[in-house]
Design a protein around this ligand. Sequence first.
Ligand SMILES: C[S@@+](CC[C@H](N)C(=O)[O-])C[C@H]1O[C@@H](n2cnc3c(N)ncnc32)[C@H](O)[C@@H]1O
Length: 786
Amino acid sequence: MQRFNSVDDMIAVVKAAKDKAAAEKQMPPVPMPYTPPFLLRMQLEFQRKELMDELTSKSHKKNMRLTYIGHEGFYSSTPLQNLKPILLREMQIRVRYTGRLLLCRTVGPASRLVCVTLGVEDPDGWAQVVSIYNFPGTHAAFGDELDTMFPENSIIAIREPMSKMALGASHSHIRIDSPSDIVLLKPGDPLLSGVRWATGVRQHPLLNHATVGWKEIGDKHFRSQQYFAAVVAYSNALHLNRENVTIRLNRSLARLRLKHYEASLRDLQTILSSSCLGDGEEVKALYRSAQAHYGLERFAEAKALYERCLSLNPSLEEAVAGVSKCTQRLCEQSLGDFDWASMFDAVSRSASLGACEVADYVGPIKVAPRSSRGGGRGVFATQDIDAGELLMVLKPIAAAVDQPTAASSFWSFNFLTNAMETQSRYDLIQKLVPMLVAEESLTRGFFQLYSRNNGVKSEQVTNDHFDVEDSYSPPFLVDFGHIESICSTNWFGFRTGTAALKRKFGPDDDDDGGDSPMTEKGTGLYLLASYFNHSCIPNAGHQFFSDLMVIRATQSIKQDEEITISYCSHASYASREKNLKPWFDQCDCQLCIDDRLAGSNRRSARESLSKAVRNAATPLPQARDALQKMVSTYSSQERVRPELSTAYHAFSHRLQQMAHEFVSKAAATEAIEKEIQSLEWLGVEVTEKGITEVSDHSHLPTLPISTRRIPNTFGEPDMQFLMIFGMFVLLGCPNRAMSWFRAAIWMSEKTIGGGIPMFKRTHSDIIRVLGPVLAEFLSKIESERA
Ligand SMILES: C[S@@+](CC[C@H](N)C(=O)[O-])C[C@H]1O[C@@H](n2cnc3c(N)ncnc32)[C@H](O)[C@@H]1O
């Protein structure tokens, strides 16, 4: 990782790095120089101190940091038993030693900024730096966590090593990108038989402490919430004494905290199968098993286990609470019965991930093959679906949030998407690694996802040195580039806090979460949601309660019809094409087909006319003229015209301001007409376009629009409904105003759910701005419903 003062600096460095990598590839191999282990140890001790000082310093200078996603990495796919040993002095810099295995022992302390840096010596006493990227549990580890994970004199084997010049440094290093390319060897491993170390015999660090010593180290990490290091220490203790129930119980708890539920259950099943459990140990193991099943969304099993705990200890209050939580989750899971307003409140109270404690829900949908579109799968309706119906509620398998501080910001250049990504994207990938090592079913689900760069590679090569008791050995050989590629194709962005759910007047500032200092941008990876293909005019829409993803139908959908969502909601073809690049080169939805048919001349004319209309400096008559010209850039068949809709809305907005400022009925009337047209270009079927007041509102249809479609992809129709409402209030037409107000409430119920209590929460800013006028209409509807 390097540090910078500006984004321009970073872009220059990315370019230089690309050039350097290309140049390095052309350079000839050179012999590896001899480095004595003691010299390397001194350098590493100094480096660790420097890094620790930096990580803990309160320097006021803003640091910008840059790292990379998806640059050319390597992983070995050869089974360990087929690899022949090699020594450092036999190696040349810039040569990949395929079919070979480097056995070495660590010298000096480990340190980490982006990767873990280790010093190693080989049996002949030659030393070399090793940079380990993407290793489970190391992403946020430093100091004594690293000492637990890579204690001095650890013996490691590196599959098919290659030494190269370190970027921005003058020394060579062996860079490891895949967690399965490094194997931490236990005492007695057959690979160590007959090995003699030129620098002398030293005790294997796993034997430096007895079982009790490792347990104490594990407990210390646990207390400091360093759960991964705790698991490593407990695993070492268990290696020395597999029968120790207390330590296995401790490890199961640390694994629960890491959300490694399957790994935790493995421990708990071992404990529960033991015939000699001490006082309270059975209840503890049952209680934790219930928690693990709960985490795995197996609520019926969890409930039965909580009940078993109660049969052994009726006063266990946590188990009583567990039973009631399971009952609630089962309702959510099977019926899609969620308390949306409470979920909104939970998200507004806490910025943390997982603020909504609810079950996942899968509605009437299934994943099925499709003849095209990436991996060729898509999501389909299993029955006829109404607009607004809930299709899915899903928690991420991993999520992260950006954490810019006053002192530093972090960026990651993604070679796969050719874009500068934020910290949460990089962190998400790093957080996934330990999950993929620990959780088998999650791993299986993850590797079935499509990646734009590599397609679907669901068959993984088994790791022949895998040990289920071990904390970092993955069960398969890991192509880390593939992990990065799956993530880059499937991740979703979200915002913590309630900003994304709340409606407010005026344009949404994309760089700022808006209403709460707790708002952060985040990234999540969701299994089922990754199968939805994109359409610019989709029939479903997604939103987030922080990292909880919710998908609803936005149109009536027929059984077996494909269900699509929108990956980006830009109005113009050019910006949609640009923003959809990470997924595909050409979108095959009807809107894009129509836009392509229109041709580039019409599209660019449309874009510049739209700019003119939206520019507040364009005089009204010219803006009106530009609107008319825009219409003529379309042929007759396009029903949805997002750019035209945006332009009509912008024009109407100016008229609304005039209407307020000059109390102009003419402006208000035209504003309503233009806003209605804007809605129609979004695909809204407006069934009641009348402008004059009706004395008897029973003659008005309940809603002025058809309920077959909720076109919430572009713009914010509910806000447009409220704007029309406002104009009718100004014109003194309360019955018409009421009908548009009902449309706004209907829209909120169909897109977010939760009835009027939720409408009040999501529209609190508007209710405040419009004050008593809106409150009067709202209370009328409330009393009707009471
Ligand atoms: C998140 S995946 C969607 C599921 C994927 N089809 C599968 O089988 O797993 C995204 C990929 O699907 C394909 N895709 C989705 N929507 C598409 C569209 N509108 N036009 C073309 N390809 C699309 C692209 O290959 C894209 O990279």
